[in-house]
Ligand binder design. Structure first.
Ligand SMILES: [Zn+2]
Length: 215
C-alpha cells in the first residue's frame, strides 16, 4: 500500500515542524531523526509530522520489501510483548498486585516497535497487528501461572494451544469483577491502534538545518 507522496523539495518546512523541532534549548540547532534517533547533521526530511534523517528517508521512500518490514515489525513487537508480560508477571508474583496499567505501556511499546519495523509505513493491517500483539503481551503474563498447573510430560502441541487459549481468555474469566482491568486493557489496545494509524504520511524535504535554526 503506497501512502507516500513523491518527495517535494522545498525551502519552507511545513508549519507542523515548528513544535516538533523543539527538542529543548538550544532547540534550533539540535534535531534528531525519529527513526534512528541519530542527530541530524545537515539536512532532514519530514514523513508526516516526524523528522527523519537522509538515510532513513531513503528507507521511508524505498522501505525495503513488504516481507522485510513485516518480519522486523513482528520480531520487534514480540520482544516488547514478552518483555511487558514478564514485567507484569514479576510485579504480580513478587509484589502481589495486579498492575494493569502496564497494558498501556505494552500498547505504546508495541506501536513504536511496529513503526520502527515498518519504517513508519503502517496501515490498517499493522493497526490490527498492533492490537493483537498488545493483547498477546498482556495475556502472556498469565502463561507462567497456567504452566504451573500442568506437568512437563503433559506439554505437547495440543497443550500449547490449550494454554494459549486459556491465556487469551484470562482477563474475562473472572467476569464483571475484573471490569477495571478490562477497561485498562482496552486503553492499552486503543493506544496501540491509535499510535500505528498511518494518516497521510506526506514525505517532504530536504530541509537544511540552518533554516530550522532560524525558526
Ligand atoms: Zn535516521
Amino acid at each position: 500500500m503506497i501512502e507516500y507522496d513523491t518527495p517535494v523539495p522545498t525551502d519552507t518546512p511545513p508549519s507542523l515542524q515548528f513544535d516538533r523541532a523543539d527538542f529543548g534549548a538550544p532547540a534550533s540547532s539540535r534535531l534528531f531523526c525519529t527513526t534512528c534517533k541519530q542527530q541530524v547533521m545537515q539536512s532532514y526530511y519530514t514523513v508526516g509530522n516526524r523528522i527523519v534523517c537522509a538515510s532513513c528517508h531513503e528507507l521511508h521512500v524505498d522501505g525495503g520489501s513488504e516481507l522485510n518490514r513485516f518480519l522486523r515489525a513482528f520480531a520487534a513487537s514480540l520482544v516488547i510483548a514478552i518483555a511487558g508480560a514478564t514485567v507484569w508477571w514479576l510485579i504480580r508474583t513478587f509484589l502481589h498486585f495486579e498492575l494493569a496499567l502496564i497494558s498501556i505501556a505494552i500498547g505504546v511499546g508495541v506501536a513504536r516497535a511496529i513503526i520502527w519495523g515498518t519504517y513508519g509505513r503502517t496501515n490498517v493491517f499493522y493497526q490490527v497487528f498492533a492490537v493483537v500483539m498488545t493483547y498477546a503481551g498482556i495475556v502472556f503474563n498469565y502463561v507462567p501461572d497456567i504452566l504451573g498447573e500442568v506437568t512437563l510430560s503433559q506439554i505437547d502441541s495440543h497443550m500449547v494451544l490449550v494454554i494459549l487459549s486459556i491465556a487469551f481468555r484470562a482477563p474475562f474469566l473472572t467476569g464483571a469483577s475484573n471490569i477495571i482491568g478490562i477497561l485498562i486493557i482496552g486503553f492499552g489496545l486503543w493506544e496501540a491502534w491509535k499510535l500505528t494509524r498511518s494518516g497521510r504520511a506526506v514525505v517532504a524535504g530536504p530541509f537544511s538545518i540552518s533554516h530550522a535554526a532560524n525558526v
